[in-house]
Design a protein around this ligand. Structure first.
Ligand SMILES: C[S@@+](CC[C@H](N)C(=O)[O-])C[C@H]1O[C@@H](n2cnc3c(N)ncnc32)[C@H](O)[C@@H]1O
Length: 408
């Protein structure tokens, strides 16, 4: 059956096919690459399927052997401790009921009102909540869950990857996404596609093949059936580059260097600066950078902290910048020691700085002149790197404590 061939069928015909022939011959426009177009699996289709849905052994779990097999798997895939479970595309609520029976609190969502009605009946008195809504964007507001559980639904969504990305945001740290999917004849979604999508976000993806376990399906099956359990790792520790900047004062002037051939901000002026290297503290880093760029040999006692600025370039990662001040004369006469990266060194009045500067460096020097100590400079992605005298400043000065009780 080619994708889209069966669109003329009625929803009722589709529903009876579903229950009598499992997932084969579905009136869908889906194919084994996964994902439906908007004719596929309409709410009417699922509404019509609701009354007979539980007749399939793995849907209704009416056969004790099949029920036991699913109960065992669910116990294995869900956390050992009572957890908040979000069951998306819950159908008649069979898996939700297993989860509740294992001590979890369940919120179930289905777009089909008829399926949701059946799920409410099945889950009555269990404390589970059943909502009507789109699995891809479930109506759960700001709530977060330990588990997002989805069986035989991803294949029927128009954009499975987008849904996975959203579900990931619904998980708490340490949470997990449990997907149970397969390929049934010409319908379904292969594990490889979902694994690829998950491996870019998940710390670990467990892939369990389910085809060989006939007790899950009430019969032998040979097609691809699987579960993927993807874990959200603990929050990652934030890391960022530290850079150091040197403000050499000669009376009312400061030393600036014009960048060249570096691929970043070439042609613009900034303070002599660079990154701290592994194992270096910021004082060591600025002393090294001063030597490498200007030939000045500073001692630690020549340096004072001018300010600290967290800054982010357009579309770039944040960095922590330490600006140090030194007096002209300490360490010798500066000269351009890196002519391959710097086209000139020059002295510029601090109270009339040039416009052709790197924007965050200009903001740092303006803040320094104003006596500020802590600044955040956060570019928008499409901001220019260069200082724009007409543009909105991205600098935000942070209030610094005096170390004395307030008001003294
Ligand atoms: C094959 S059934 C699976 C039901 C249930 N997860 C189970 O395993 O028994 C697919 C279910 O997904 C629901 N569904 C399909 N697309 C949906 C969507 N976009 N949002 C919410 N539910 C959806 C259907 O209404 C149907 O109940």
């Amino acid at each position: 059956m080619a994708a889209g061939q069966n669109n003329a069928r009625t929803a009722q015909q589709g529903a009876s096919q579903w229950s009598s022939h499992d997932h084969r011959n579905l009136p869908t426009t889906v194919n084994v690459s996964g994902g439906c177009d908007d004719r596929c699996m309409t709410t009417d289709y699922w509404d019509a399927a609701a009354d007979t849905f539980d007749e399939e052994p793995d849907h209704g779990l009416l056969d004790p052997v099949v029920r036991e097999a699913w109960a065992g798997r669910i116990e294995e895939w869900l956390p050992d401790t009572p957890s908040e479970v979000l069951d998306l595309g819950c159908g008649t609520g069979s898996l939700a009921l297993l989860a509740v029976e294992q001590g979890h609190r369940v919120t179930a969502v289905d777009r089909s009102a008829r399926m949701a009605e059946r799920a409410r009946m099945k889950l009555a008195g269990s404390g589970a909540e059943v909502l009507v809504g789109d699995a891809a964007l479930p109506p759960v507001g700001e709530r977060r869950f330990d588990v997002v559980l989805v069986r035989h639904v991803v294949w029927a969504l128009p954009d499975p990857e987008a849904a996975l990305r959203h579900w990931w945001t619904l998980l708490r740290p340490g949470g997990r996404l449990v997907l149970i999917e397969g390929v049934w004849g010409e319908a379904g979604i292969p594990a490889a596609r979902l694994r690829a999508a998950l491996e870019s976000v998940a710390d670990a993806v467990h892939h369990e093949r389910l085809s060989a376990d006939a007790s899950l399906w009430g019969r032998e099956v040979t097609d691809e059936r699987y579960a993927l359990v993807a874990h959200v790792g603990p929050p990652r520790r934030h890391t960022e580059v530290v850079d150091v900047h040197l403000i050499i004062r000669r009376g009312g002037e400061v030393l600036l260097a014009r960048r060249a051939n570096t691929g970043y901000a070439d042609g613009l002026l900034n303070s002599p600066s660079g990154h701290a290297e592994d194992g270096e503290n910021v004082l060591q880093a600025v002393i090294r950078e001063a030597r490498e760029e200007t030939g000045v040999e500073l001692a630690p006692e020549d340096l004072r902290v001018a300010l600290v600025m967290q800054h982010r370039g357009p579309g770039a990662q944040p960095r922590m910048g330490w600006f140090f001040e030194a007096e002209y004369g300490a360490g010798g006469e500066p000269y351009n020691r890196e002519p391959d990266k710097c086209s000139e060194l020059g002295w510029f009045p601090l109270d009339a700085l040039p416009d052709d500067m790197v924007a965050y460096c200009r903001a740092g020097l303006d803040a320094y002149r104003a006596g500020e100590r802590f600044v955040v400079h956060w570019h928008e992605d499409d901001d220019p790197i260069a200082y724009d005298p007409e543009g909105e400043s991205r600098a935000v000065v942070l209030a610094a404590t005096t170390g004395r009780p307030a008001g003294r």
